[in-house]
Design a protein around this ligand. Structure first.
Ligand code: SAM
Length: 231
């Protein structure tokens, strides 16, 4: 009999609002024999909300190298595996990427279940041009930040950054210094109770968030130097 590998499913999960899950995501999470999750405690809340009892195994940035062989054995044994992360689409600024590479190298089928991603929700609600955009993800936490910012200085596209709440102010300030006082948007707590899309120039946004203490998860979007964009 011909040997058949299992399938690797990349399952997008909500970025805040639990209703933002697809019917297919629930179906696949129920049907696979194992779910690899970034933070199993966090994912248990989501799974129990949908009465999904599939076993969970942790897979995160600091155990990925030791975990990959185990997960590949599972797939090579003919068993399907779903990967979820704490929020959004696996592989977008989280560790799913390496798993996908390894699966491809072993001729394992990879199937993505599309769904929420913070950068897309932020971009489409920002009011900044959507025809061209560059997803820059997280800036390096310490060295090399300015260099990375300047590397896209002359691009005619909306720039998208992920940022932690604790670094928001520093990043807004540095973006202004590197790129000029451009139109920009901070999209925070997307799909959650306190969702806020704040538009202004980089310095206006700095002043606003300097006063406002509550920050929350956010996406920073920066427009090009374009006089036609007024907020
Ligand atoms: N895989 C995820 C996705 O598809 O969006 C991103 C994972 S990354 C580790 C987490 C970052 O995404 C946060 O630091 C923040 O920049 C952004 N993010 C996630 N959820 C968000 C939300 N509800 N509102 C705004 N930004 C969010």
């Amino acid at each position: 009999m011909e040997h058949k590998n299992g399938k690797l499913y990349l399952v997008s999960t909500p970025i805040g609002n639990l209703k933002d899950i697809t019917f297919r995501a629930v179906e696949i999470l129920e049907s696979v024999t194992l779910i690899a999750a970034e933070d199993t405690r966090h994912s248990k809340v989501l799974l129990s909300h949908f009465n999904i009892t599939t076993p969970l195994i942790s897979y995160f940035e600091h155990n990925e190298f030791s975990r990959i062989p185990k997960l590949m054995d599972h797939l090579k044994g003919g068993n399907d595996l779903a990967v979820i992360t704490d929020a959004g689409t696996p592989g977008i600024s989280d560790p799913a990427y390496r798993l996908v590479r390894e699966a491809i190298a072993l001729s394992i089928t990879v199937e993505s279940l599309p769904g929420p991603s913070a950068f897309l929700a932020g971009l489409t609600s920002s009011g900044l041009p959507t025809d061209r955009f560059i997803f820059e993800g997280f800036l390096p936490p310490k060295k090399g930040r300015k260099k990375r910012m300047l590397s896209v200085e002359n691009e005619e596209a909306t720039l998208i950054y992920y940022e932690s709440p604790s670094r928001l102010l520093r990043t807004l300030k540095q973006l202004k210094e590197a790129l000029g006082d451009r139109p920009a948007v901070v999209a925070r707590e997307l799909t959650k109770l306190h969702e806020e899309i704040k538009r202004g120039t980089l310095s206006e946004l700095f002043t606003y968030f300097d006063k406002k203490k509550a920050r929350g998860e956010c996406v920073i979007l920066v427009g090009k130097n374009d006089e036609n964009v007024y907020f």
